[in-house]
Design a protein around this ligand. Structure first.
Ligand code: PLP
Length: 399
C-alpha cells in the first residue's frame, strides 16, 4: 500500500492560552492603539519592544505592522533616496524587493549559491553600485557572515538584515539581525512567532532609532515607546522625518509576548522535525541536501533540497506525485510564479541581467514548510514519500 500523508501544511499551532487571555484583556479594555495608555503604563507594545530588545541583545526594538514595513522603514531611516540602487538577493521573497521599490529605490540583485545564500563573489563585484545591502536570510540560510561583513566594510556598504526566517537563529552565536545596522523581523503567521501580521525592527543606533520611531507614526508621543533614545536625539530629527504610519497595536503585542518566551523551545522543536526529514532524504539519488555550516545556529521551520540539472518536467512530476500523496512541495524555480514569487526575474519592475549560475540553482530548489503541528513520525513519513517519488522520477530522468 502506498502511504498518504494526511497532515496540513498550513496549520500552525494555536496561540498560547496566556496570549489569548492577554488579548481578551486588551479587547475588554478597549485601548488597542499603542499610545492609548493609562498614566505611565508601558502597555503590551512597549513591553514587547523591551523584551525583544533583551532577546536580541539590541539597544532598541520597535514593533511595527509587518516585516515588509520594517524593511521599508529601515531603508528610510538610513537615508535611502528615490532612484538610488540597493543591493539585495536574487533569491528572496517579493516583500524584499518590494520594500526597496516602495521608497522609490532600485533593487540590484546579487546571485545565489548552492548553499542558498547570497553569492559573496557576485556581491563583491556589485558592491560599488550601492551604499546599502538589504540582505535576506531567505528560508533561514545564513551566509558566512564574517566574510560578508568584510565585504561590507571594504565597500562601505550599510547592512540591513531581513530576518523573516532567522528569528532565533545565529552565526557563531551572534543573533541573526545583529550584524547589520538594522535587523528586520516578521511576525506574520508563517514565521517564527504568529500575530497574523506584524514586524519588529532592532538597532543600536540612536538616530536611526529616533527616525524609525517617528516614521512608524509616533506622532509626538515617542517617549512612550518601549525602548527610546534620549529626547535630544529626537530634537535633531523630529521636524524633518515624515510619519509613514505602520504601528503595531496592543492586541498583536499581547499575542506575541508569550510566544517570545517560548521561542527558543519552539526553535528546538522545529529543528527536531527538520533533522528527521533531512535524515530521511539523505542519500536519495539525484537529490542534493543543502548542508548547514557548523557556525550556523539555524531554525528549521522549512526545509529545502535541490534537484540540480533536472528537466523542468522531471521537477514538476516530483511536485505533482508528492502532492497526490499529501506532501506539498513548492518549486521556487517554476517558470510561472504561482502563489508567491521568490526569484529575481519575476520582479520585472527591476530588470536585471540574467545570472546563469543562479538560474541553475533557482530552477532546482524545492521547498517545504514544517509546521509544528507535525509530529516526528509525520516528518519521517513525509521524507519516505519524497524519497520514493524522487526515486521514481529520477529513474525516468536518467534514461
Ligand atoms: C515573509 C517575509 C518577509 C516579510 O514579511 P511580511 O511580514 O509578510 O511583510 C520578508 N522577507 C522574507 C524572506 C519573508 O519570507
Amino acid at each position: 500500500m502506498t502511504e498518504i500523508f494526511k497532515g496540513n501544511f498550513t496549520q500552525q499551532e494555536p496561540i498560547p492560552d496566556e496570549g489569548i487571555e492577554a488579548a481578551l484583556d486588551v479587547l475588554r479594555g478597549g485601548r488597542l492603539h499603542r499610545y492609548n495608555l493609562v498614566g505611565d503604563e508601558v502597555g503590551e507594545v512597549g513591553l514587547l519592544e523591551q523584551e525583544f530588545a533583551v532577546y536580541t541583545g539590541a539597544k532598541y526594538a520597535l514593533a511595527v505592522a509587518s516585516g515588509g514595513y520594517a524593511m521599508a522603514t529601515a531603508l528610510r531611516a538610513v537615508g535611502v533616496k528615490p532612484g538610488e540602487k540597493v543591493l539585495t538577493n536574487a533569491f528572496t521573497l517579493a516583500p524584499v524587493p518590494g520594500a526597496i521599490a516602495s521608497v522609490g529605490a532600485v533593487p540590484v540583485f546579487v546571485g545565489v549559491t548552492e548553499s542558498l545564500t547570497i553569492d559573496l563573489e557576485d556581491l563583491a563585484i556589485k558592491a560599488g553600485q550601492a551604499d546599502v545591502l538589504m540582505l535576506s536570510h531567505m528560508r533561514g540560510h545564513l551566509a558566512d557572515m564574517d566574510a560578508l561583513l568584510e565585504i561590507c566594510h571594504t565597500h562601505d556598504l550599510t547592512l540591513i538584515e531581513d530576518c523573516a526566517h532567522t528569528m532565533g537563529a545565529a552565526w557563531k552565536g551572534r543573533p541573526s539581525g545583529r550584524d547589520g545596522v538594522i535587523g528586520c523581523y516578521s511576525t506574520q503567521t508563517y514565521k517564527h512567532m504568529n500575530s497574523g501580521e506584524g514586524g519588529l525592527f532592532v538597532t543600536d543606533d540612536d538616530e536611526i532609532m529616533a527616525r524609525a520611531v517617528i516614521l512608524s507614526g509616533s506622532y509626538m508621543l515617542y517617549v512612550r515607546n518601549g525602548t527610546v533614545p534620549a529626547p535630544e536625539v529626537f530634537e535633531r530629527v523630529k521636524y524633518e522625518t515624515p510619519n509613514v504610519s505602520g504601528r503595531m497595536d496592543h492586541l498583536r503585542a499581547a499575542i506575541l509576548r508569550p510566544q517570545l518566551k517560548q521561542l527558543d523551545q519552539q526553535c528546538a522543536n522545529w529543528n527536531d522535525r527538520y533533522r528527521v526529514v533531512e535524515d530521511g532524504l539523505r542519500g536519495t539519488p539525484g537529490l542534493t541536501i543543502v548542508e548547514r555550516p557548523e557556525e550556523e545556529t539555524y531554525v528549521g521551520s522549512s526545509i529545502q533540497f535541490l534537484l540540480l540539472d533536472w528537466s523542468p518536467k522531471g521537477v514538476q512530476d516530483v511536485v505533482s506525485r508528492c502532492l497526490i500523496r499529501g506532501v506539498e512541495l513548492k518549486w521556487f524555480g517554476g517558470a510561472e510564479p504561482s502563489g508567491f514569487t521568490s526569484r529575481y526575474d519575476s520582479w520585472r519592475y527591476a530588470p536585471s541581467d540574467q545570472m546563469p549560475a543562479s538560474d541553475r540553482i533557482l530552477s532546482g530548489i524545492l521547498d517545504m514548510r514544517l509546521p509544528l503541528t507535525f509530529s516526528l513520525d509525520d516528518c519521517a513519513q513525509i521524507a519516505r514519500i519524497i524519497r520514493a517519488e524522487v526515486g521514481a522520477v529520477y529513474q525516468a530522468e536518467e534514461t
